[in-house]
Design a protein around this ligand. Structure first.
Ligand code: FUL
Length: 694
């Protein structure tokens, strides 16, 4: 009886003590700068869509000069809801539309210029694309933002103070007629050549002062759309990440000292990393396009990002404290091209699988320190699925760790961690380890975390994992940690063969089994490049032992091996050898004096030839794509016979392998003659050249 009383009194005492201790332990003081509510929401959106569409789409350009007539704008099947549905299916949360790009053409009927949709045949001049897109966004629950290019190559006033008035009026139209605007996007590209109302000249502006950004932002944006975030190289709310490849820095602070930047300031490296001691919260937006260009070009139909590139983009943007902005170059019909939508939808499905099951949920987590011993900052908050709760340590404790113990061994290959950034970005470095035979084995040693950091690594099996903060600007505040076992990526591998006949098979997933065959029936496990210097087909697929699933099979036919090949004209060199090195990413480019330009190959032996293949330069700004060609053969390298003469029709739009066949003939020497190129300049470019034998 007495014992029971003692226990009761003691428990009340403990509860009281606990309650008091909870009350008295104050939260960590915000470590300035910290995000606004709007910025926090934007971090949480994680991925948004960019749309580039306008006159450039119809003129096959990236930067229109501002002189092409508005009548060329005519997207006959335009359907903004198709855009919204695709973007939604890809898991993206909002849209930023290029309402006006550098060419000055407006996708809404601006009162202040004639250069807009109102003077195009689209919807008989009565259309307003900004309205259609903003309505579609509302309907599908997407946020809507506007891109208004500061540079205007059409306006006669560009470069004068009057233009700033014009620019602000247009901005006001966009901010007052289309409902809630989430983001206002200002490009850094500014000033240069342009049509400028017929002046056709170069106009330079002082990028730092010309637009008087503080006034524009205060009087136009904050007044009309107080919740909109302003993007530019200098923020003030969101910054560029310093590249258009979609890659955030592995160290990525959400801070910079904004006054040291301005749109077009060319501080790419700093923008990519941010600044640990930056005075302003200006997090990085990671923009890239699903195609090499921002606008649609038929010639890039075969260069759309595949699933594996999109997966990399996710981990290198969202996984590195960045918010993604993935661009869709809408096609001339006014639709997101089906080639572009297939992969982005698969992308979302893949990400859902990667993060389907947080293995830490049922584990025991302990920490080296809890702020004031208070339950409010207890480590269990890192797995409670509540973004508003967090684990924190005492102010004096910077180095600290969390240990995760599992009842039985688990396997994992992803680690996710989030700071409670409402109190500022703090962690400077951290490491992840697992225990094996009583020793801690490192998995990763990294720097910043921020809103979200995700690490990918080879599968680890363990019962104990330790996450340690090794340095921090102040006591850490961690809101979430997770471990996942992402499934293997079943994408068919890439097969290539070099000049010596060595075949390489490359899978995206480094842990997956790769199987290959050279006879079409027996498949062997691939470990290293192998010699295959004969004619024939190599096939390969990847196989996941865990699920028993395999990828599609890739198959490639190799003609005679090029081991004995020599270049005769232009002279054999490291550069000219790139024409037959088996690598489609390398290229031979030559500025020639005049056409025709001959490329002569010695095959090293007589062959029964019946055709050839030509792959033009595959780089973004491809050079020297041959249009008219001739093809000659010779037995002795002296007397030549022309077997083909013609054009690579449509090669400009479709710069893929070009195959030409003729009646079989014996020869040891072959010559590809470039008679003209598609750009009508004097370059000749070859990524790969191949012959087809009997
Ligand atoms: C760049 C622009 O010049 C491109 O045309 C594109 O709009 C891209 C998003 O930003 O700086």
């Amino acid at each position: 009886m007495i014992m029971q009383k003692i226990i009761t009194v003691l428990s009340i005492y403990i509860v009281l003590l606990f309650a008091i201790s909870c009350k008295s332990v104050s939260p960590p003081r915000p470590l300035m700068p910290i995000p606004t509510d709007e910025q926090l929401k934007w971090h949480e959106s994680e991925r948004n869509a960019f749309i580039h569409f306008g006159l450039n789409t119809f003129n096959d350009m990236e930067w229109g000069y501002g002189d092409t007539p508005s009548t060329t704008f005519n997207p006959i099947k335009l359907d903004a809801e198709q855009w919204a549905k695709t973007i939604k299916a890809a898991g993206l949360k909002g849209v930023v539309l290029t309402c006006k790009h550098h060419d000055g053409f407006c996708l809404w009927p601006s009162r202040y210029t004639e250069y807009s949709v109102k003077n195009s045949p689209w919807r008989n001049g009565n259309g307003d694309l900004v309205k259609e897109v903003s309505d579609a966004c509302k309907k599908y629950g997407l946020t809507f933002g506007v891109y208004l290019s500061p540079w205007d190559r059409n306006s006669s006033e560009y470069g004068t103070p009057e233009y700033i008035e014009y620019f602000r009026r247009q901005l006001t139209e966009l901010l007052t007629n289309y409902g809630e605007i989430s983001e206002v996007w200002f490009d850094g590209a500014n000033g240069g050549t342009g049509w400028y109302g017929g002046a056709n000249e170069k106009r330079s502006v002082d990028r730092r002062t010309y637009y008087d950004w503080p006034t524009t932002i205060r009087d136009v944006i904050r007044k009309n759309q107080p919740h909109a975030l302003v993007f530019s190289d200098a923020g003030p709310d969101i910054r560029w990440c310093g590249n258009e490849k979609g890659i955030a820095g592995t160290t990525n602070w959400s801070m910079i000292t904004a006054k040291d930047y301005y749109p077009g300031c060319a501080k790419q490296k700093d923008l990519n990393r941010g600044e640990e001691d930056g005075s302003d919260w200006v997090p990085a937006e990671i923009n890239t396009s699903v195609r090499p260009g921002w606008f649609y070009h038929k010639s890039e139909d075969h260069k759309v990002k595949g699933l594996t590139q999109l997966i990399d983009y996710y981990y290198e943007s969202v996984g590195r404290n960045g918010t993604g902005l993935l661009n869709f170059p809408v096609n001339r019909n006014g639709l997101i091209d089906p080639i572009d939508s297939i992969n982005v939808v698969k992308w979302q499905q893949h990400l859902d699988q990667d993060f389907a099951n947080n293995l830490i949920k049922d584990a025991k987590v302990t920490s080296s320190n809890i702020r004031g011993g208070a339950s409010r900052y207890d480590v269990t908050h890192v797995i409670d699925d509540n973004k508003d709760s967090y684990w924190a340590t005492d102010d004096s404790v910077i180095k600290s760790h969390i240990e995760i113990c599992f009842r039985e061994e688990i396997s994992f290959n992803r680690f996710l961690v989030q700071e409670y950034i409402a109190l500022g970005q703090r962690v400077k470095s951290f490491k992840l380890e697992y225990e094996k035979n009583g020793k801690w084995i490192p998995i990763a040693n990294e720097t910043t975390i921020g809103y979200k950091r995700i690490l990918r690594f080879k599968t680890v099996r363990a019962t104990k994992v330790r996450f340690s903060i090794t340095d921090s600007r102040a006591c850490p505040t961690i809101s979430n940690i997770a471990l996942y076992k992402a499934p293997k990526i079943l994408v068919e591998p890439m097969i290539s063969r070099n000049k010596l006949g060595e075949v390489k098979v490359e899978a995206f997933d480094l842990e997956i089994d790769v199987l290959y065959s050279i006879d079409g029936s027996t498949f062997k496990k691939y470990t290293n490049p192998f010699l295959f210097d004969q004619k024939g087909c190599v096939e390969a697929y990847v196989f996941d032992r865990d699920s028993g699933k395999k990828s599609d099979t890739s198959s490639i036919y190799f003609d005679i091996c090029k081991t004995k090949w020599k270049m005769l004209e232009p002279i054999q060199s490291a550069k000219s050898n790139l024409m037959f090195d088996g690598n489609q990413q390398t290229r031979f480019i030559r500025k020639v004096n005049k056409f025709p330009y001959k490329m002569t190959f010695d095959l090293g032996e007589q062959c029964a030839i019946k055709g050839f293949r030509y792959l033009p330069d595959q780089s973004r700004r491809a050079k020297g794509i041959i249009f008219d060609y001739s093809f000659d053969i010779s037995k002795d390298g002296e007397s030549w016979k022309r077997v083909l003469h013609g054009e690579f029709s449509n090669i400009k739009n479709s710069p893929i392998w070009q195959t030409k066949i003729f009646k079989e003939q014996t020869a040891r020497y072959v010559r590809l003659v470039a008679e003209s190129n598609v750009a009508e300049d004097t370059f000749v470019g070859v990524s790969e050249f191949d012959i087809i034998t009997k």
